[in-house]
Write a protein that binds this ligand. Sequence first.
Ligand code: PEP
Ligand code: MN
Length: 360
Amino acid sequence: MENSKALGTWLDDFKLSHPIVIAGPCSAETEEQVLKIAHELKDSDVSIFRAGIWKPRTRPGGFEGVGAIGLKWLQKAKAETGLLMGVEVANAAHVKLALEHDIDMLWIGARTTVNPFAVQEIADALQNTDKIVLVKNPVNPDLALWIGGVERLYNAGIKKLGVIHRGFSTYEKTKYRNIPEWQIAIELQNRFPDLPLICDPSHISGKRDMILEVSQQALDLNYDGLMVETHIDPDHAWSDAAQQVTPAALKQIFSDLKIRNVGVEEADFNQKLARLRIEIDDFDTKLVDILGKRMQVSNKIGALKKEKNVAVLQSKRWNEILGKMILEGEQKELSEEFILKIFKAIHQESIVHQERVINK
Ligand code: PEP
Ligand code: MN
């Protein structure tokens, strides 16, 4: 993608506002639902209406989308509102149907980006069309796979390209549905500065009350747009109910968002600062998470000691830990004084936890 400079120009071509806003339900459910949402989004910051027609579900038995009939509803919504229409495609048959129904934007979902065969099939089916194509990050935190997906489309002559950052799945429980790992998207942005980068706060957070916070972080990092799942009756949505917002709530989010409009130099400084702060915040969250897990192990040790009636404090073991950590700290340029302070605090907390278990 040497000539990635041309990639961002579709944003200008469509005279889309900055940031570009894509909104609409996780899934198209009924004609009435699609039309109602589209009409409510008509006079807002939204430029592209999204709706899932074919839904990739983690386990069988869930609602798997209404299928091709939904494309007719989108055509009607487009005719009535003038909004551009976007759907997720996962194979060549989906692409063919979307093209037949004059869909303007096609996105590749996270579960499809992981599969180069599927992405290539989609790229071949789209060969040289002038559709907007957005590639979501793969579910696993693999930047090369994400870039590979974009390259397959680029090589197929698709010029209106962009990427959607929707977070990454982990086995660990975190406050996110999919952890953002912002540094991965930032690296992509550094390597392809003209490739439009859109944040999907809905799938990152998994809950509607976190959409504003995640969207603001994305804008502070100079993302080009947001894709937010929007439904007239979120609680009764057929998929992703917890993360969808009403059109009215979406408007409120946009009025609360600080869309920073500053000089180039200041913007550069602010962005660098925002990136570093987000990195720090990520590490702090991970630190607390790890400390919590460490204490859970302490609780288990406490339970074992209780069984065998063994004393909590075992200084020999503790001195071994300290010695080892001082050496490891040295390699990371952490002073002995700092390591001692931190581990003393951790040790004390650990004792509190064990005593609590033993005296229960
Ligand atoms: C979606 O956008 O509704 C969707 C299925 O997203 P993802 O591919 O990010 O899981
Ligand atoms: Mn969804």
